[in-house]
Design a protein around this ligand. Sequence first.
Ligand code: SF4
Ligand code: SF4
Length: 260
Amino acid sequence: MIEAVVVVGLSSFVAGFGLYAASKKFSVEKDPRIEEVNEILPGANCGGCGYPGCSALAEAIVKGDAPANACPVGGAELAEKIGKLLGLEVDTSVRKVAKIKCHGDKEKCPPKYEYYGPADCHAIVMLGGGNKGCIYGCVGGGSCVKACNFDALKMGDNGIPVVDEEKCTACGLCVKACPRNLIELIDVEKKFIVSCSSKDKGVETKKVCSVGCIGCRLCAKNCPEDAITVENNLAYIHAEKCINCGKCEEVCPTKAIIKL
Ligand code: SF4
Ligand code: SF4
């Protein structure tokens, strides 16, 4: 009996020691800088950076899989701190905010039907392609407003969301929440946007919305910086080239281009 106990005890000891030795041999040392970066990240775990949480982003930054300015909540100040900690050059010159690429409210883009269901844009879009005359336009269910953790979006009186640029952290949650892809993160300093997302031919767009882009190219022809291209009947302002001169807004016949 005693012999059996000794044998079992010894075997357990040998197995345990083997496991310990193996864990020591194959363990991967965690870079201590990951914890240092994690400590200065905001801890919001909002997912706006595309990683499941702040610690995952910290690891990605230290490994070089994400840039030092990947945290939209911390902004330029945090990016600089991380850059200093890791000895990296960080470009903090551009602060982006959410901009809404539709301003076809109920008057400008009359609804196809009155919707009385839950305030959820995905649900509205599922119902006959949405309540709006334009199949690309904002359906006003406020999913983006609900998605924002920073109180930076409010539903306007006209049923189109409004961004508070001071509060917007460019976390991108509203971008993901919009089933119509109407929200883009754009340099806050760029004041002119094509506030329309319709890819229909001009004549079709005109039938459903009075402020839609009709793809006439007048803006592109008049832009002194060649900052505008028109594809699929829709103009797009390339923020990196735009100098905020406002020529495009002046010439747009439908007022699809607006100043924010
Ligand atoms: S504001 Fe001026 S530079 Fe910018 S896109 Fe319009 S016309 Fe071009
Ligand atoms: S001028 Fe206005 S309507 Fe014409 S392409 Fe530009 S944004 Fe669209």
